[in-house]
Design a protein around this ligand. Structure first.
Ligand code: GLN
Length: 258
C-alpha cells in the first residue's frame, strides 16, 4: 500500500525548444495584469499554514521556504514577494503566471508533474500519522476503516484517498483545523508532513505521532511548464546554496531535532 517514492531529478527536458517559443508570453501577461510575476520580481505562491516551512509570525510570513526563496531571490538579484493562498490554489497560480514559483513544502508527485515542473529537491519530508494518546492506531495499516483528517489536496489527502477510499477522508483547509477535529474526537487520526506534525504535537497536549511513517517524500519548487529559463536558473542557484551550506543553515535554524 505504500506509495512509490519519487526520486525525480530536475525536469529540464525540452527547455531549449521552449524558451525561445515562449519568451514573449510573460511580457504579454505582465502588461495586462500587474500582479503577474515580472522579470525583476520573484513571486512566491505559498500557504502559510505549514510550520516550520511557512507560517505567520506577527504580520510576516516566515519559515524555511520563505528564507530559501529569499536566498534564491538575492542570488538572482530579484525582489521576493510572498503571496499567501489556499494550498490547492498554488499550482493554478504558478500555471497561470500569477506566481513565478510555488514554494510550500510541496512534494514532487507524478500527477503534479503533469501540470508544473519541479526544481531539484531542497528538503525531505514524511507523511506521518498523529493520534491521541491511548489510540489503538499504531501503524499505517491500522487506518483502515478509520476517519482520517488531512489538508485538502496535499499528498496526505491523495494517499489516504487512494489507500482507504473517499469515505475515510475528512478534508480541512488547514492542518491546524484537522488537529482541532482530532482533539474533539471528530476524527481518529491526522495524516500530515512530519515537521508540521512535530509543531502541532508539541503545541497540543494529549497527541502523539505514530512511529512508523506513512510515506517518504521530496520537497521541491514548482514552476510553470513554460518557464524553463527560470527553472534552470533556480537549479543552479540551489546547487550553490546547497554547496555553500546556506540551505542546511536555514533548515537547522527551524528544525533543531533530527
Ligand atoms: N508535502 C505535502 C504536499 O505537497 C503538504 C504540503 C503543505 O501542506 N504545504 O502535498
Amino acid at each position: 500500500m505504500k506509495k512509490n517514492i519519487l526520486k525525480i531529478a530536475a525536469v529540464c527536458a525540452m527547455s531549449a525548444l521552449m524558451i525561445s517559443a515562449l519568451a514573449g508570453c510573460g511580457a504579454t501577461k505582465d502588461k495586462k495584469d500587474d500582479t503577474t510575476a515580472s522579470a525583476d520580481k520573484l513571486v512566491m505562491a505559498t500557504n502559510a499554514e505549514f510550520p516550520p516551512y511557512e507560517y505567520h509570525e506577527n504580520d510576516k510570513i516566515v519559515g524555511i521556504d520563505a528564507e530559501v526563496a529569499q536566498a534564491i531571490a538575492d542570488k538572482l538579484g530579484m525582489e521576493l514577494e510572498i503571496d499567501d493562498m489556499a494550498f490547492d490554489s498554488i499550482i493554478p497560480a504558478v500555471q497561470s503566471g500569477k506566481a513565478s514559483i510555488g514554494v510550500a513544502g510541496m512534494t514532487v508527485t507524478e500527477d503534479r508533474l503533469v501540470n508544473v515542473n519541479f526544481s531539484d529537491t531542497y528538503a525531505h519530508g514524511k507523511q506521518v500519522i498523529i493520534v491521541k494518546d491511548g489510540s489503538p492506531i499504531a501503524s499505517p495499516d491500522d487506518l483502515k476503516g478509520k476517519k482520517v483528517g488531512v489538508q485538502t489536496s496535499t499528498t496526505g489527502d491523495i494517499y489516504i484517498t487512494d489507500d482507504y477510499g473517499d469515505e475515510s477522508v475528512e478534508r480541512y483547509q488547514k492542518g491546524a483545523d484537522a488537529i482541532q477535529a482530532l482533539l474533539q474526537d471528530k476524527i481518529d487520526a491526522v495524516v500530515i508532513d512530519s515537521e508540521p506534525a512535530k509543531v502541532f504535537v508539541s503545541e497540543n497536549e494529549g497527541l502523539k505521532t505514530v512511529e512508523t511513517p506513512y510515506v517518504e517524500e521530496d520537497y521541491a519548487i514548482a514552476l510553470a511548464k513554460d518557464n524553463t529559463e527560470l527553472l534552470d536558473k533556480i537549479n543552479s542557484v540551489l546547487a550553490e546554496l546547497k554547496q555553500d551550506g546556506t540551505i542546511d543553515k536555514i533548515i537547522s535554524k527551524y528544525i533543531t531535532s533530527k
